[in-house]
Design a protein around this ligand. Structure first.
Ligand code: BTN
Length: 307
């Protein structure tokens, strides 16, 4: 019933819809409509009650699948999940289609790279894209670099901000972290069975409370940003890029957006810490650093800090 109410309010395009209209359309009492509206308000729908009826105010921010038109069928939306990564893995193992997306308003056990936890309050964009590319596992890096490149360029183009990508695939605004990407892959024989890309983008939440090095669009722009527009634009851009991935040198493109090359960096890998000057990212996505003694080190995975 909630989806239907949202549908009607959206189609009203900012105009008032009366309680009588809603109860007739849904064939339920006005009290039943009122109860549903209260629940919708509780889950973040900004529905204004006026003497003449109801108006939906924040439609551009809402993430209900029905609002994504052609994508509606391939979006899985949850009010709360432990982690969109777990749900995406569960779905990916079934017949779930390539480029399906799992979205949660809130995660109770969001995770980041190197087993860190990821705080996922309401107001942010927390989602995982299920990808089933026809690629061998060693080429999965292309998909990861394409995701961070597309997210950074979408944000820059649509919001007029200057984000950069930090190796391997964080999105920075200045030197603060605006978004993080986490990729999990499963293989079958010589091919990728699925690669799930989880993205956490701080939009209207306030991560800086617990994470001094994090920032959100809301605190930078000084206003709320409609999440659905960002998500749907990014998905369009990323999907298009995936279709052309074999004709594009994604590493070259990504390098034009990175703030890592040319910086002094510290790198934490699972079992080591490296320091040096970030010289380049090679064609397979590995970071090449020059250490103090002049030796080069090629790093394929780790957490990078610009120092
Ligand atoms: C990182 O920078 O360490 C990666 C953070 C990835 C967070 C996102 S939020 C959506 C998805 N679900 C998770 O539990 N993690 C990713």
């Amino acid at each position: 019933m909630k989806n239907k109410i949202i549908d009607i309010l959206i189609r009203a395009d900012g105009n008032v819809v009366s309680g009588v209209q809603l109860s007739k359309a849904l064939n339920v009492s006005r009290v039943a409509v009122w109860k549903q509206l209260q629940q919708l308000k509780q889950i973040g729908c900004n529905i204004e009650s006026t003497p003449k009826g109801y108006i939906l105010k924040n439609r551009e921010d809402l993430l209900f699948p029905t609002l994504f038109s052609r994508r509606a069928e391939s979006l899985y939306f949850f009010q709360s999940l432990p982690s969109t990564m777990d749900k995406a893995r569960e779905l990916a193992k079934k017949e779930t289609a390539h480029f399906s997306v799992v979205i949660a308003e809130h995660q109770t056990n969001g995770r980041g790279r190197l087993n860190r936890s990821w705080s996922s309050d309401e107001g942010g964009l927390w989602f995982t894209i299920i990808l089933k590319p026809q690629l061998p596992p060693p080429l999965a890096y292309k998909v990861n670099f394409a995701a961070s490149y597309c997210l950074s360029s979408t944000l820059n183009r649509h919001l007029g901000i200057e984000t950069t990508v930090k190796w391997p695939n964080d999105i920075l605004l200045g030197n603060k972290k605006l978004a993080g990407l986490l990729s999990e892959m499963e293989t079958k024989g010589d091919m990728i069975s699925f690669v799930n890309i989880g993205i956490g983008l701080n939009v209207n939440n306030h991560p800086e409370k617990n994470e001094p090095n994090a920032v959100s669009l809301c605190s930078i722009l000084g206003r709320k940003t409609p999440r659905r527009i960002i998500l749907s634009t990014f998905l369009d851009v990323f999907e298009e890029m995936l279709l052309n991935l074999d004709r594009i040198n994604i590493i070259d493109l990504w390098k034009k957006r990175t703030s890592t090359i040319g910086k002094h960096v510290s790198l934490n890998t699972h079992d080591n810490v490296f320091h040096g000057f970030a010289k380049d990212v090679d064609d397979s996505g590995a970071l090449i650093i020059v250490q103090e003694d002049g030796t080069e080190q090629r790093i394929i995975y780790g957490d990078c800090f610009h120092t």
